[in-house]
Design a protein. Structure first.
Length: 358
């Protein structure tokens, strides 16, 4: 079963005037109240109150993260509102391996850099495991960490903060018959009118493998025969789709498609069920220059308020139960067999060769 979402408003919408700049527009802050009992409980913990005081003295927390900019803007605005005196400064690094490369370089050179990172678990799992084992990652100790679901706290130090499904989308002005599943991408009329994403990360390599496993042994060869254009990422492909450069794109995320739909783009999004997805995992770096602000920020991300801000718009799923607007985490597959870097490289070579040979 699949879910098709169509949120296009009037045909005369002015979305085209704004589509090129949507990534830079701060998302609306999700309004959510904090329970008074929780606030009283936090205030009565002198150790945590001391951490909050020290965090305000540190004044800021630096985040390197791979989620999209509108989401990070939304989190920043709400975090700073909830924690006056602490600024959130973020650098968005799309490729998760780029996050790791940057913080490793900073650590080796001793420069002041990130305090917290958020990256896709599937891409950085070996790095997380190594650094959690040697004590380089600091476990969250805030009051909301104490109620965090155990299955979403990996290695005792890295919480899975959200899971996001991979979706596909089509231009409803160019595709008149609704699409409902991945095999619709093999329609003859779509040959030469599709886009997909280059295999620049383990996530993409495993996703193509998952497509073959779930859609049939013939699917990937049929898809390659459609001569899809290999794009550099989901965001530019999504904007090209809205502008009518493609009829459909095979790889996208809700957070890249929904803003275009909200602005009236002629785009429909299909969320397969089950979906392939990624888990965004956070970590506090043991060499952080602002360890208290890092703890306060991570506690915010794990709180009901932070989880609502992140997952409350139907873009992703929260591990915490009862978050309004959250997707169902059980419908998104993010647990994949462990793969060595050599195995990942073999997948990259296989799929790149097949898709680029047509």
């Amino acid at each position: 079963m699949t879910a098709t979402i169509d949120m296009r408003p009037d045909q005369n919408s002015s979305w085209r005037r704004h589509a090129a700049s949507w990534l830079f527009v701060t998302g609306l802050t999700v309004a959510c109240s904090q329970a008074s009992a929780q606030a009283v409980g936090q205030a009565s913990d002198p150790a945590w109150a001391s951490i909050e005081t020290k965090a305000r003295a540190e004044g800021r927390v630096v985040l390197y993260a791979s989620p999209v900019a509108p989401l990070l803007d939304r989190l920043r605005a709400d975090f700073e509102k909830a924690n006056p005196g602490i600024r959130l400064e973020y650098s968005r690094i799309w490729v998760a391996s780029g996050v790791i490369a940057k913080i490793d370089a900073e650590r080796n050179s001793g420069v002041d850099g990130a305090d917290v990172i958020i990256a896709t678990e599937i891409a950085v799992k070996p790095w997380y495991e190594q650094h959690a084992k040697d004590g380089s990652l600091i476990a969250p100790i805030g009051p909301d960490a104490k109620t965090w679901p155990a299955q979403a706290m990996l290695r005792g130090a890295t919480p899975v903060l959200a899971t996001e499904p991979m979706v596909f989308a089509y231009n409803s002005e160019l595709v008149k018959t609704p699409m409902t599943g991945y095999r619709d991408l093999l329609r003859p009329e779509l040959k030469g009118k599709l886009a997909t994403t280059e295999i620049g990360s383990p996530t993409l390599a495993i996703w193509y493998n998952w497509l073959e496993e779930t859609q049939g042994a013939d699917f990937m060869r049929g898809f390659a025969a459609q001569k899809p254009r290999m794009d550099t990422g989901g965001a530019p492909a999504s904007q090209a789709l809205a502008a009518g450069e493609f009829a459909a794109i095979a790889f996208a995320t809700v957070t890249t498609i929904r803003p275009l739909m909200d602005m009236g783009a002629p785009v429909k999004m299909v969320v397969p069920s089950p979906s392939f997805g990624v888990g965004y995992t956070g970590a506090i770096l043991g060499w952080s220059k602002r360890p208290n602000a890092a703890q306060v920020f991570m506690n915010y991300l794990m709180s009901e308020r932070g989880q609502t801000t992140w997952n409350g718009r139907g873009e992703s799923a929260s591990p915490r139960k009862g978050i309004p607007g959250s997707l169902d985490p059980e419908s998104i597959k993010i647990d994949f067999p462990p793969m060595s870097s050599e195995a990942i490289d073999r997948l990259k070579t296989r799929w790149s060769g097949m898709l680029n040979a047509q």
